[in-house]
Write a new protein. Sequence first.
Length: 250
Amino acid sequence: MDPSLEVRGLAYAYPDGTQALYGVDFTVGRGERVALLGPNGAGKTTLVLHLNGLLHGGLGAVRVGGLAVDATDRKVLREIRRRVGIVFQDPDDQLFMPTVREDVAFGPANLGVRGAELNRRVELALTRVGMLEVADRPPQHLSFGQRRRVAVATVLAMEPEILVLDEPSSNLDPASRRELAEVLLSLDVTVLMVTHDLPYAAELCPRALIMSGGVVAADGPTLDILGDDELLRAHRLELPFGFNPASATR
């Protein structure tokens, strides 16, 4: 079986000449939950934008479920963007319809899904994030944590291969943080979580990558990586005061 994600020799420079990626290599198996850690400017966002073809034109290759990301082929790119669902840091970037139900239906409807199948996808996605009861409410009437869970549902309705989360715990109160963690742990999709929240990474992701200087600087069990003080210091990562990685549960 093909892995969910393969990145090989990925290098990229922006039009102004800034080199962001210098040759990134890693593989993520189906169903894995992997944290992508690293300081600001490490290349994490640039990498993520290559996963569904929003950025392209550099060197190397990305494959999702065995399908190569090819930004020149509209049919392939459409399928890649279905397979790779990105949940942005600000849920309001993804929620723009009059009701939650319409927001969750928007993506699959654009793929031509209609009728009973569309209703099934919407209700299943909202059920998976615990938000079915607000389906007919305007998203702007929900709390920030609820909107983030609805944003996850908008991606799940597309039945993706990979769920990519950009700083999922940011701006959440403790209860919303716990509720989102419970949702993410219950999902049966591959998860790539970009985060500066090292305790959240320890709780949710058995494996972690550190990106630094446009390359993968470390790849291994999350608790081992977070327990390596020298490695964390070398890449400007800091654990919260009093947090012991060995105490994390998942």
